[in-house]
Design a protein around this ligand. Structure first.
Ligand SMILES: Nc1ncnc2c1ncn2[C@@H]1O[C@H](COP(=O)(O)OP(=O)(O)OP(=O)(O)O)[C@@H](O)[C@H]1O
Ligand SMILES: [Mg+2]
Length: 483
């Protein structure tokens, strides 16, 4: 039996060497080249069982080569790797029929597992999706951190598959932007994108908003009205803040997803549901399930492809790029052109960004409008960041007056009681509120001790076993040595 041959094209000699050695050790034959022309000649000559190609090469772009390769050898798998990883490279690679896309630097182990899969999976014909229309300049999503690249890869994979997606992330992390990108680069881009925010609609109106109502279905329903499901026909329905959906609506939604059809409020005629669902929430739905506030079966229906958007403080390397992007946008909107000096960027990186990308966007607009100098320095940033908090490393005890914390808690409890007003059968409000306070307290103390539970227990004045139990009960992820 002959060994499978992998053709490698990359103008970076060191990458060729690393790949040749790793693939060789894994039992493959390797031929490598630094240019696209040689790779193309090998492909035309019928050589190789798999291609691994870089994007930017001196003579031709690796992405442009894929459709040509697919024309002469439709079964030949192509793996694309790029240091230039933006959402567009990931999406283009997928649309042109690449088997997989790996942003550089990649993990050799992952590369080998992709190679193994590529050679093992039976070939299916590529239905090449029409090309994305956005140009490189107008990227919808900014950021090149490893976590964002993982998100680009997921979006790219979903350009050809119409799967249900659940986006989870703190407020302002870009959930809606990702939902739109999934629609804009997906199969249904010709159809409508309809969004509905569960947190913004009075709970008694949610079902009629979703499914529509017949004339006279309830007091005030003077006309028949189309629901969002019907409006989104042939397109995408974005269920924003799904964690805030009331229980009755959850039950109804689950039934619609199971049966593929719905009836309007007060209606009898079933209507076929032809929508792709993308849901989003900032809540931890697993906790909500445990607390009986979210249906587990609905969760599994929606959580087909989970996407977790990282908070901005977990990807500080994107801050400079995002800040530049928002200053450019402000300039396009007629505000004066501004730059940031290194001190300003460093200051931005220290901020914990509780409001995430949206907070950064607002700050940049404010600075563009208010800062008198063309180059923004650290001081101007510091002044605008009035609510600046010290970085987590300086200790878990934030210098907050006791009334600041308790007034915040008071606000939250009021809100909680307001939204659970009709939940007369609530029996565990005490535990719910306490766990809301305990979770961030323990999480941040662990972050400050870099995951060292013994130190964290000492700082908190808790018994080690008690801390361990709380970590388990509150499902706090424990990552040692990180952050
Ligand atoms: N990666 C990104 N690149 C460029 N802009 C971004 C990015 N992420 C978020 N934004 C911008 O930040 C703002 C907030 O994003 P978005 O509304 O999508 O967040 P969200 O997670 O839906 O927030 P919320 O939970 O408050 O609804 C928007 O103006 C969006 O354009
Ligand atoms: Mg949103």
């Amino acid at each position: 039996m002959t060994l499978p041959t992998v053709l490698v094209a990359d103008d970076d000699r060191s990458i060729r060497t690393v790949l040749t050695q790793a693939l060789g050790r894994a039992g493959y034959q390797v031929r490598s080249t630094g240019n696209a022309a040689t790779l193309w000649r090998w492909v035309e000559d019928g050589e190789g069982d798999l291609v691994i190609t870089d994007v930017v090469m001196p003579d031709e772009n690796g992405l442009d080569l894929i459709p040509r390769i697919k024309r002469v050898r439709p079964d030949l798998r192509v793996i694309v790797m790029s240091a230039q990883s933006t959402l567009m490279t990931a999406v283009k690679a997928a649309q042109r029929g690449a088997f997989e896309y790996l942003p550089k630097p990649f993990d050799l182990q992952e590369l080998l597992s992709v190679v193994g899969r590529a050679l093992a999976t039976p070939s299916t014909p590529v239905i090449s999706a029409p090309e994305a229309r956005d140009s490189e300049e107008r990227l919808p999503l900014i950021g090149r951190s490893a976590s964002m690249q993982e998100i680009y890869r997921t979006i790219a994979r979903l350009t050809t598959a119409d799967l249900t997606v659940m986006i989870n992330g703190e407020s302002g992390t870009g959930k809606e932007l990702v939902a739109r990108a999934l629609h804009d680069y997906g199969k249904r881009r010709g159809g409508p994108f309809v969004a509905i925010n569960m947190a913004a609609i009075p709970r008694e109106l949610i079902e009629s908003e979703l499914f529509g109502h017949e004339r006279g279905a309830f007091t005030g329903a003077t006309n028949r009205s189309q629901g969002r499901f019907e409006q989104a026909n042939g397109g995408t329905l974005f269920l924003d803040e799904i964690g805030d959906m009331p229980p009755e609506a959850q039950t109804r939604l689950l039934r619609v997803l199971q049966e593929g059809e719905f009836t309007s409020v007060g209606g009898r005629q079933p209507i076929k549901a032809n929508v792709r669902i993308i849901a989003a929430t900032h809540r931890d739905l697993r906790t909500a399930i445990r607390q009986g506030a979210f249906r587990e079966d609905l969760f599994y229906r929606l959580n087909v492809v989970p996407i977790r958007l990282p908070p901005l403080r977990e990807r500080v390397e994107d801050i400079a790029l995002l800040a530049r992007h928002f200053l450019d946008r402000a300039r396009d909107d007629g505000l004066p052109n501004k730059n940031l000096d290194q001190g300003a960027i460093d200051r931005l990186k220290q901020h914990p960004w509780p409001g995430n990308v949206r907070e950064l966007e607002n700050l940049m607009r404010r600075l563009a409008a208010l800062c008198p100098e063309e180059t923004i320095g650290a001081d101007a940033v510091a002044i605008e960041l009035t609510d600046a908090e010290p970085p987590a490393e300086s200790g878990p005890v934030q210098p907050m007056g006791p009334d600041t914390l308790s007034s915040a808690v008071e606000r939250h409890i009021k809100e909680f009681l307001r939204t659970h007003n009709d939940g007369v059968n609530a029996t565990d409000i005490y535990d719910k509120i306490i766990s809301e306070v305990e979770r961030p307290l323990i999480k941040l103390t662990l972050a400050a001790t870099r995951g060292n539970q013994i130190k964290a227990a000492a700082m908190l004045g808790l018994n080690r076993n008690t801390l361990r139990k709380k970590i388990r009960d509150l499902e706090i992820p424990v990552v040692r040595g990180l952050m």
